[in-house]
Design a binder for this molecule. Sequence first.
Ligand SMILES: C[S@@+](CC[C@H](N)C(=O)[O-])C[C@H]1O[C@@H](n2cnc3c(N)ncnc32)[C@H](O)[C@@H]1O
Length: 293
Amino acid sequence: MAEKIAVIRACESMKPEDERICFDPYALHFLDPGTRQALLRNSGAFRYILAQIENQLPGISGALVARVRCFDEFVQQSTNTGYGQIIILGAGYDTRAYRMDDLKTIRVFEVDHPDTIRVKVEKIRKIFGTLPNQVTYVPADLEEDGLELKLADRGYDPTCRTLFLMEGLVMYLSPAAVDRIFSFTVKNSPKGSSVLFDYCPEDDGTGSGAGWASVRSATAFVSRQGEPLRSCVPGSIRDFLTTRGFAGIRNMTGADLRQAYFTGKNRGRTISELYSIASASVGTQTCTVGEEP
Ligand SMILES: C[S@@+](CC[C@H](N)C(=O)[O-])C[C@H]1O[C@@H](n2cnc3c(N)ncnc32)[C@H](O)[C@@H]1O
């Protein structure tokens, strides 16, 4: 799925500046050679690919690019507020540490499955000729215990205010693994540390209309890719996070993302309700994405 998401980021990034929702100049490097060549050789290929995706999974590319934009904005607003380190869990082919200037002077840990980390490291070496000093790669299966040790081994500082990013991760993990991660963040980072993550609200089967129809087709699609959705957040996100020790909770639904980002040339662009995005703080300090749920 990390590569499929990179395809959408790459296509969106080829749009003119006043049309694209997000910009990732490195996403192209993570695509299979055939798709990359097609995109480079044919100036209209990105629109064709996006249209095909839209046909197959209405609103998914909208939801993904809005998610990237929302995470980018959050990171941009956060980096000058005193975070000493950023942990990107399920980093996949996330390129924030390489494309955002503010992240070039802060310690970033990229955590993912060992196979994905191996490919990522190879690609980063190929793009930049070297690995950046400020990024530490942490191969870990998040379904297993031991994140604490693996991070500690690589220099994670539990006394340092930390921003935890989980983009497109929570839904792929078992509920037990999700609980372990949130518990790790609360126990191993000081007050004022924050989490930003997207999640699937529970589909209780009563949702109707295009938004929920697209959620159901997307769920079936990712299952066919061999990475089924395994966790959703049942009930309210506020209850989910407060019972796990978080405060300052903010939440953005698909509708909120559409309102925030789909203006001008993107007015009318469809967005799936598959994900919502939440942020919360360890302790009492508030961080700011969207409205209180
Ligand atoms: C949908 S991709 C999202 C990647 C990236 N965050 C993005 O938004 O482009 C999910 C990522 O979570 C990682 N992941 C899923 N299950 C995992 C596990 N058990 N342990 C470590 N990483 C896992 C996958 O390898 C993949 O890179």
